[in-house]
Design a protein around this ligand. Structure first.
Ligand SMILES: *Cc1c(COP(=O)(O)O)cnc(C)c1O
Length: 448
């Protein structure tokens, strides 16, 4: 029998009970036994609030440029941000009496997914470094000059490469091509056709793989290493990507204040984040812990067929394990989450911060997709619904009630707020979306 590190799969199941549910592809919730008070986690961490503020400042420097080249962002002054929207009718359908809010990253400008945070930020980091070193830009220049042809010429000598299941490729591709970089996107088998088509339209080189995301990323990395003029956006390890996501926390804090939603010891905030390799949800959760400390409780959501982060964190094998080692197939309609091997960097960094993770079946994603459209008129892609069962896990299951007790939250729950992070969807073509909706409708009618 196959041995993973020092144990057989059967020995692992004895040592880490959640593996029983994971291998049976049952929806389940895992609580992180290594969560610590936020203060302790923060002081032990190599990254912190300063890094997030630095990222925020960089995005502000680029805002005039973004406002110029993406006119749809001009009204917001070139700051790419998404709406925060209460969804009371959906809450009613889910039996959730507490305040339920959708963070609509599905509607982020430019690339229509959470990747418009990290992905675009990393490309801007690369562009800024090149432009500063060239002497053509200084930190206090108005960055709108970057839209001039001389910068296009400068950037066109460089290539930006990335491995992606789709959305990261979209955001890196669109941003890089706009600046003038050459771009290569290594796409895994799960990537939707329309995402590849859209990128090719923008002049991006798309290389397709018959294998999954881990293959696309390792092959991309290998090719990029041979080329000194190529920057590889490393979704498994990039700190810049992570910090770009982290800025969301500062923006969310402001939005919650504007909407008079209190977050403090008496008003706990629960946030449910769909998780693939981990960078997006990890960056956001990391930022939220810096901002709200122990008042925020972050949970990751993964498909039952691709629970790589639970697997990595629960076994502490992180990137040394993949779902295939336990016979799990990594086949899911949630293409943004179709990742078999988690980020080591994110899994380790999240150890003191994360409250837990849970899984969700594809059928459940489709049902929720249709229900949300009916109830609130909001269209998401399947991956983006993974957060939607979080409130029910916390409020209505034994695992959730026990989490509440352990954290001393039981009598505060009526004052709690629950944010479901909707990570993508606004760019899905009409025909694709209607086929998702139809599937959800059928499943709802069948009562599954
Ligand atoms: C990429 C993605 C995620 C998860 O982000 P990771 O950094 O891969 O964990 C979630 N939802 C959607 C729609 C995505 O595209």
């Amino acid at each position: 029998m196959k041995v993973i590190q020092d144990k057989t799969p059967e020995e692992w199941k004895k040592a880490v009970p959640v593996l029983e549910d994971l291998t049976a592809l049952r929806e389940t919730m895992w609580r992180n036994p290594r969560k610590r008070p936020a203060e302790q986690g923060i002081s032990a961490c190599s990254l912190g609030m300063e890094d997030i503020r630095d990222a925020e400042a960089r995005l502000r420097r680029f805002a005039p440029y973004l406002a110029r080249v993406f006119p749809e962002t001009a009204r917001a002054g070139g700051i790419l941000e998404s709406p925060l929207r209460e969804i009371p009718s959906m809450a009613e359908a889910l039996g959730v009496k507490e305040r339920l809010i959708l963070k609509c990253d599905s509607h982020l400008p430019v690339s229509g997914s959470i990747k418009a945070r990290g992905g675009i930020y990393e490309v801007l980091c690369v562009a800024e470094k090149i432009a500063l070193e060239s002497g053509m830009l200084t930190l206090d220049t108005d960055y709108a000059v970057l839209a001039e042809p001389r910068f296009w010429e400068l950037f066109s000598k460089y290539t930006i490469a990335v491995g992606s299941t789709g959305n990261l490729g979209l955001s890196i591709g669109i941003m890089s091509a706009k600046l003038g970089f050459q771009v290569t996107v290594h796409m895994s088998a799960d990537a939707r056709q329309w995402k590849k088509d859209l990128l090719r339209e923008k002049g991006v080189t798309v290389i397709e793989y018959a294998e999954d995301y881990s293959k696309a990323i390792s092959e991309g990395r290998r090719q990029a290493e041979k080329d000194p003029w190529c920057h590889f956006v490393d979704d498994e390890n990039s700190k810049n990507l992570f910090l770009g996501y982290g800025v969301a926390a500062l923006r969310l804090q402001k939005q919650l204040m504007e909407q008079n939603v209190p977050v403090d010891e008496e008003h706990p905030l629960f946030v449910y984040l769909p998780c693939g390799v981990g960078g997006g949800p990890g960056g956001v959760a990391f930022g939220l812990k810096q901002v709200f400390g122990d008042a925020v409780h972050c949970f990751f959501a993964e498909p039952t067929h691709a629970p790589c982060m639970i697997l990595g964190m629960a076994t502490r094998l992180h990137a040394q394990v993949c779902v295939g080692d336990f016979g799990i197939d990594n086949r899911t309609a949630a293409d943004g989450l179709a990742v078999g091997r988690p980020s080591q960097f994110v899994g380790k960094l999240m150890e003191p911060f994360l409250s837990g993770c849970y899984t969700i079946s594809d059928e459940h994603l489709y049902r929720l997709l249709t229900l949300l459209a009916e109830r609130e008129g909001i269209r998401l892609e399947p991956s983006a619904l993974a957060g939607m069962t979080g409130p029910q896990w916390i409020l209505h299951t034994e695992a959730g009630l026990s989490y509440q007790r352990q954290e001393g939250l039981t009598d505060k729950m009526s004052d709690s707020t629950h944010i479901v992070w909707a990570t993508g969807g606004s760019m899905v073509p009409e025909a694709d979306w209607l086929s998702y909706e139809k599937k959800g409708k059928q499943l709802l009618a069948e009562g599954q």
